[in-house]
Design a protein. Sequence first.
Length: 71
Amino acid sequence: MVWRVFPHPLPVLVKSEVEVYNISNKIIITKHNYYENSEDNTRSNLGTIYYDSINELEQIINELAKIGETP
């Protein structure tokens, strides 16, 4: 017997969203990819930022803003 194999069509990306959560002194950043077929949807963790105080969080935010200004 011979089986005929067909390639699975590549998923079509509809949109991507980044979500940021602030949970007890840590910032969690996730990315959601939404595809035409919802079975292909993915969620991935982009990173976590830990901080000890609001002052420290403000310093982190300022440094990230500087990165965003760099051409």
